[in-house]
Design a protein around this ligand. Structure first.
Ligand code: HEM
Length: 233
């Protein structure tokens, strides 16, 4: 079989890639600190769990802003498509391999939105959670929730993570499905930024926004998180 000539095309900007892998590391650490907290040095691990949550919240706020003003492939307007486009894309997966997607495909785009919203729910419920009678510290906004709501937030916080596990498992399985079945490597480009595409393939209209803007947005997001935590005293 003849090997199709290929060339590299930049699809992901640096801020989106750093966001992704920083998020992955923080989520893993977040789960570890929640699991290890009760059995080890409770206070120390829970403090780390809180700090990790604040960092994830800052990343998510940054990513939401980047979804409006960032590079073309990072924008929600570029990858959030209607259900018709999603269904048509899902059906096309059964057929022969098409041209590689520049950015998220219409199904993957919804997964990205679900992951971002799912993580936001996890963090927000954590901010209001209160579990002091079990010996854990309360979230920084727990005092605004009151007892009943605080308990509901705590319950949601401890069950919602299971939904996130399912979403992450689906997300990683989808990346592996593309790699193994469709023979399209989506993972490499999330590191390098470049996708291998048929030689000569161009993506007109792709715009990459400056890293400086991304940094300013990240700092602004961190300030918002700082204020949220300070409000709780
Ligand atoms: C805690 C675990 C993970 C979370 C929360 C997560 C979340 C996300 C999010 C939010 C995006 C969208 C990136 C953006 O547009 O800003 C994304 C994209 C992506 N992730 Fe993950 N991810 C996780 C783990 C992984 C792992 C382990 C892999 C590798 C096997 C992976 C592979 C990818 C790929 C390839 C994309 C781009 C998909 C595409 O080309 O459309 N992710 N992920």
């Amino acid at each position: 079989m003849a090997v199709e000539p290929r060339s590299k095309l930049r699809v992901w900007d640096l801020p989106t890639r750093l966001f992704h892998w920083a998020l992955v590391m923080l989520v893993v650490f977040q789960v570890l600190t929640a699991e290890l907290g009760p059995s080890w040095d409770k206070e120390g691990w829970y403090r780390l769990h809180f700090w990790c949550g604040y960092a994830i919240l800052a990343l998510l706020l940054f990513r939401i802003a980047w979804g409006f003003v960032g590079s073309t492939t990072a924008r929600f307007g570029h990858f959030v498509k209607g259900p018709g486009a999603g269904l048509a894309y899902a059906r096309s997966l059964l057929g022969p391999k098409g041209a590689p997607d520049i950015g998220h495909n219409p199904v993957g785009g919804w997964m990205v939105v679900a992951l971002i919203l799912g993580l936001l729910v996890q963090i927000i419920t954590g901010l209001f959670a209160t579990d002091t009678d079990m010996g854990y510290s309360a979230g920084p906004l727990a005092k605004f929730a009151g007892d009943a709501l605080g308990r509901r937030m705590t319950t949601l916080h401890s069950y919602w993570i299971n939904l996130l596990y399912v979403m992450v498992a689906l997300h990683v399985s989808a990346s592996l499905f593309y790699l193994v079945v469709k023979r399209e490597n989506l993972i490499g480009p999330m590191f390098s930024g470049d996708k291998l595409v048929p030689a000569g393939m161009v993506a007109p209209g792709l715009r990459f926004v400056s890293v400086r803007l991304a940094l300013s947005l990240l700092i602004a997001a961190a300030c918002v998180v700082y204020l949220i935590v300070r409000i709780g005293g």
